[in-house]
Design a protein around this ligand. Structure first.
Ligand code: NAP
Length: 268
């Protein structure tokens, strides 16, 4: 995917005379956010895209954050805007995200883009859900009529993944923290997408033999990074399963590049 974007960036530059530019914003000093943003800038550079970064202190007021986002939304030189979440207490993420010009909303989280997705006419789609779908597409996983179970109902992952699976004609069930018999529901799935943020929540009993398992979870534990699925036992039952790290994470970055290029094209 990255190579394809790199090739397309060369074409864009030839046609338009400049490379697409991503602007990122971090408020505060969350160490995980710093790592994510560093990786995103590195990925931009590797495909020949420009990127600029803005750091605001943890004490920054909501108005200061909104002002920066408005400036980036208006800037002629910026194609995509990504505000790294979480934001510090006192800064409302919904208000900040809503201030992003939807045409530059490469995270696909503005009400406008979320609404388009809900209507089944997607604009810019959130990167992680888009990456999940791209993994399934490239692996040729049949979704039409398949039982798909999504664990998690966040705006960032669970809900958009469920909507995209529905759009691909899967029969979709969404589980959350109040779901009764989670393993029982999951074990019906031909395609299981785990996005709960709970280390090794799903064991082999939650996986139907021959299922395709996409593990979105990224949990830091004492023994390092792990997913929401207990990989070893689950992989003995599943037909295919994504590892953590190295599965959905890199796809998320690849889709950010795809979205930034799409946003740049939409502006010319
Ligand atoms: P989130 O906003 O915390 O949402 C978690 C969802 O999972 C909620 O809907 C919650 O249910 C549900 N849940 C939590 N514990 C559960 C349990 N024990 N049983 C059933 N459902 C449970 O998290 P998120 O932003 O969607 O992220 C989910 C995970 O994906 C995290 O580990 C995150 O780090 C990872 N992630 C990875 C990438 C990547 O690039 N690889 C990108 C984004 C996120 P309720 O709604 O009932 O509370």
């Amino acid at each position: 995917m990255r190579q394809r974007v790199a090739d397309e960036v060369v074409g864009f530059e030839k046609e338009i005379g400049r490379a697409p530019v991503l602007a990122t914003v971090i408020v505060g000093e969350d160490p995980a956010s710093q790592i994510y943003i560093r990786n995103k800038h590195k990925a931009c550079a590797e495909v020949g895209m420009g990127s600029v970064h803005h750091d605001l202190p943890a004490e920054a007021s909501e108005d200061a954050v909104l002002e920066l986002v408005a400036e980036l939304s208006e800037s002629e030189d910026v194609d995509g805007i990504l505000v790294q979440l979480p934001l510090p207490p006192g800064v409302d993420p919904d208000r900040v995200v809503a201030a992003i010009d939807p045409i530059k909303d490469v995270d696909g989280l503005t009400p406008a883009n979320a609404g388009l997705l809900a209507h089944g006419t997607p604009g810019l789609v959130p990167c992680t859900p888009a990456g999940v779908m791209e993994l399934l597409r490239q692996e040729g996983v049949a979704l039409e009529g398949a039982e798909a179970v999504v664990v998690g109902r966040s705006k960032l992952v669970g809900v958009p993944v469920a909507r995209l699976l529905l759009g691909a004609n899967a029969t979709v069930t969404v589980c959350h923290s109040r779901t009764r018999d989670l393993a029982g529901v999951c074990s019906r799935a031909d395609v299981l997408v785990a996005a709960a943020g709970a280390p090794r929540l799903l064991g082999a009993d939650a996986v139907k033999p021959g299922a395709v398992v996409i593990d979105v979870g990224m949990n830091r534990t004492e023994d390092g990074l792990c997913g929401d699925v207990d990989f070893e036992p689950a992989s003995e039952v599943a037909a295919a399963i994504t590892p953590v790290p190295g599965g959905v994470g890199p796809m998320t970055i690849a889709m950010l590049l795809v979205n930034t290029l799409a946003a740049a094209r939409a502006r010319v």
